[in-house]
Design a protein around this ligand. Sequence first.
Ligand SMILES: [Cu+2]
Length: 429
Amino acid sequence: MSHKLSRRQILKITGGFVTGVAVATLPSYVKAQGYFRKKLAVRKNIQSLTSHEKAAFVNAIKATKNTFTQGSTVSVYDQIVDLHVEAMGFMSEFKPTGPAAGFSPAHDLPAFLPWHRELVYRLEQALQLVDPTVTIPYWDWTDPKALDVMFQDDFLGPNGEGVTIEVPGKGFFQGGPVISGPFSEANGWVLNAGINIDNLTLESRGTSLTRFIKVPPLDEYPVSEEYLNRVLGLDDYLTFRAALEGWVSVDEKGNSTPDWKLHNYMHGVIGGASVKDINATPSPDNWTKILGTMNNITSSPYEPAFWLNHSNVDRLWAEWQDNGHMGSEFYPASGQPYGHNLNDPMWPWDGGQSIPGNFGQGNALSLLPHFDPNDIVTPADVLDFRKLGYTYDTLIHSDGSHWQNNSGRHDGSSKNPDYVPPTQRYLGM
Ligand SMILES: [Cu+2]
């Protein structure tokens, strides 16, 4: 089998030119057309990745950092990070326009889960252009060994170094720029200074990935299975989303209290923050300084662990859905800010209805990708993750068959009438 992928097909996926590494790897992509797409792609636990799979993931991420679409001065990866940055440009002080103005399309509201499902999915599509076998693995927060696996030279590289943080009453902790491994500046992981904007100061954080792993008070790891199961046992989407994103904790009776947990907290375990009060809730109200990239709410996708964290968020939502909460009854139809109701288009996949203001002092707004006006995505479009062509290793029986969701469909193959081939959904840049 050696038919060539046509230029038209390439354009369909990226919406523009593909240069560099992606072109060099076209034969494997063509091969994928033959068999890979017939099955759902499976996202795996980082613990079960082979060394080859880790290398393929790292290679694909770095390739998108060096792939440019026509008309863009920044890479595909930079543009994806910029989407996450400019989601903050919808806060009123940055003067956004359109129906989504005034509320983040991505965080602290119901569309957190569908918005990030789409973002992770689009990065995964870009990675699969480089290597069709790559999926985005997940970081199981209850796994005590996960950080050890992640921060090795054969995967995401080590902690940062060169900066010592004194935490009153707790001692001294290390972090700083990542200076070795695949995501060091020396090895080509150079952040765009105009996109890497500090969420508190609105100033550039420079060009280096920084890590401050397990600096108190953001040092509690792993998450207890008991607590995670309590969250997975919630029935109401709004409470489940708030608890999984991590703005609240829930007690045994399911009552919520403002807190800093799960997804939010995991950003802090890798990124860290200096705080006013070591005993207060370690949320942004209490931060004096954001330390590492992962904890910078806007440019955190420059930390590759971001995708492992969000793959896990998405997996837990998928498991919750499969466990009796699949379908549109388990997502708010109305009553939420624009962009967060079931059938609202979610910026930036909204046909150009809403435009953020410029976040920070650089030109982040001008670096955003341009999406096709018909490239519209609503929460309803992404509720059924299998329709996007992927599943998780935790949702597959040992005999290889897939879980049945509560709509009774057994959709482990392309025979599913609702199945949309991944190549029909694309980066749109
Ligand atoms: Cu996140």
